[in-house]
Design a protein around this ligand. Sequence first.
Ligand code: SF4
Ligand code: SF4
Length: 76
Amino acid sequence: MKIIADVDKCTGCDRCKLACSYQLHEGFNVFLSNIEIEKEITGLPLKIYFKAPCIDLPCKKPLCIEFCLEKALEII
Ligand code: SF4
Ligand code: SF4
């Protein structure tokens, strides 16, 4: 199982990264997140590349999914 993002819904807000850092380290720091998001802002629409290498899902109840207001994340 892993986390994937629907990049058409993702706005690049980074809430999932903050949630992940809190889940793993009990602090809000995007640099301590398992999630990588690259935003290509040279043109419109915004292009998002999302990567969360959580193949074995360390979190029983992933906060990254709960924090995403756009409902862009899911477990497959
Ligand atoms: S919280 Fe959702 S919308 Fe925001 S960056 Fe993460 S996946 Fe994208
Ligand atoms: S499943 Fe857990 S470790 Fe993986 S991205 Fe979500 S919150 Fe972070």
